[in-house]
Write a protein that binds this ligand. Structure first.
Ligand code: R5P
Length: 290
């Protein structure tokens, strides 16, 4: 097996390869003055089982295009089997037409990935499993929530309450609770489809004096988690932590969450940011070895 760490996931790809004891073929990225770029595999792929690792966080367009270029070239250069590992799949939140006339980005992205050539697709905590139904090739949606919860347990937060900031994320609070055991709950969030503004409904959570960890798949602007943290602190929670799989952390997201009273933000290396405390490498390597 050969692991190709794409330009957006060099460190994660390398660590996955180390865990699997697999050979790495690096990708050289050459950028031209007009912004275009050219990728070059620094090794042979002919007849090999190739794993391309490329997350598609910001800048999404660039990272998606680089992924497609690598998949197409890997097949064209004779790879026997291509496994595509995209820890964070961009555009997965647009998995349906919310307003009439909107594009369905997730579906288009799946078509492109399959057209370029993939035999197996692996992602992590995809926003909506609906997107995976568009694939004809086998897919796996891994969950990093247990790994995040284990991190908190090892930090002495065994027994903490697990909260999801909206009802759609309740499965993640439930998964975390299996490790932490302090109970779980959820908030009700609504997003205005025209302005993008969110409202989190006031809810009494009985968290006086307890430690709470808010689990979500994505932190983008930080608005969702910041509101949840604020509500928990107002209701007397002792310590509140923010945990997410894909820390996009756009703009002032980090400050917003911390200023509202969170002790810490804990994310994974799905996106290479300063909060990449928990690595996805063991989880992904284990799936690849199956
Ligand atoms: C959407 O429902 C996701 O699960 C996240 O809750 C959302 O993407 C977070 O966005 P933001 O950080 O901008 O509030």
């Amino acid at each position: 097996m050969i692991v190709v760490p794409g330009p957006a996931s060099t460190s994660l790809g390398q660590t996955i390869a180390e865990k699997l004891n697999a050979k790495v073929v690096s990708v050289n990225l050459k950028q031209f003055p007009d912004g275009e770029y050219c990728l070059r595999f620094e090794g042979e792929l002919d007849g090999e089982e190739v794993v391309v690792v490329q997350s598609t966080g910001p800048p999404q367009d660039t990272n998606v295009l680089q992924l497609l270029l690598m998949l197409d070239a890997a097949k064209e250069m004779g790879a026997k089997k291509v496994t595509t590992v995209v820890p964070y799949l961009a555009f997965a939140r647009q998995d349906k037409r919310f307003l009439s006339g909107e594009v369905i980005s997730a579906e288009t992205l799946v078509k492109l990935i399959e057209a370029c050539g993939t035999d197996r697709f692996i992602t992590v905590n995809i926003h909506s499993e609906n997107t995976l139904k568009c694939f004809r090739t086998p897919t796996e949606n891994l969950s990093a929530i247990t790994s995040l919860a284990e991190y908190f347990k090892n930090r002495g937060l065994d027994g903490a309450f697990s909260l999801s900031p909206d009802k759609g994320a309740i499965k993640w609070a439930e998964e975390a609770d299996k490790v932490l055991g302090g109970g779980f709950g959820w908030l009700k969030k609504e997003r205005d489809r025209y302005t993008g503004e969110i409202k989190v409904e006031e809810k009494s959570l009985n968290v006086q004096g307890t430690d709470v960890i808010v689990f979500d798949d994505i932190i983008s602007t930080g608005g969702t988690i910041a509101r949840a943290v604020k509500m928990l602190k107002t209701q007397g929670a002792r310590r509140v932590y923010a945990a997410c799989v894909h820390p996009l952390l756009i703009g002032e997201a980090t400050q917003k969450i911390l200023q509202n009273g969170a002790e810490e933000i804990v994310g994974t290396d799905s996106i290479p940011t300063s909060v990449r405390t928990v690595s996805l490498a063991p989880l992904i390597a284990e799936a690849l070895a199956r």
